[in-house]
Design a protein around this ligand. Structure first.
Ligand SMILES: [Zn+2]
Length: 129
């Protein structure tokens, strides 16, 4: 789903999603879209873009039309995800300024599996620079 509030651009750690305009706190920035698969079948859909919807369903957001997949992890994020009416939204946790990269916390499970082994590159973890 396209959104006029964001654009995909190169960030420090590959592609990221950036605000093109000031985004007020609480705004729904973008929807995390994809194919709905039964949670029990997720073993067949390996990848980094699986997003748990509820006890039964998982969304496989690997499609490039799912711009929300470009949102990078941060340990001090400016956005968060909420699930309402079986839809996953990336929502501004605070006011986000135009040009800022949008991030949310991917959660412990993902962090330990994919990020910890290579080291987190988020602003908080790299603040020594
Ligand atoms: Zn971090």
């Amino acid at each position: 789903m396209a959104s006029e509030m964001v654009i995909v651009k190169r960030s420090k750690i590959g592609l990221g999603l950036f605000a093109t305009t000031d985004i007020p706190k609480g705004s729904r920035i973008i929807q995390y879209t994809g194919t709905r698969i039964l949670k029990n079948d997720t073993a067949k859909h390996k990848g980094r873009y699986l997003f748990t919807l509820n006890d039964k369903w998982t969304i496989d957001g690997k499609s490039r039309t799912n711009l929300a997949r470009y949102v990078n992890h941060s340990c001090r994020p400016n956005a968060e995800t909420i699930t309402t009416m079986s839809k996953i939204w990336v929502v501004a946790k605070r006011k986000i300024k135009a040009g800022e990269e949008i991030t949310y916390n991917y959660g412990k499970e993902y962090f330990n599996q994919f990020i910890k082994p290579i080291g987190c590159k988020c602003v908080k973890c790299n603040s020594t620079a």
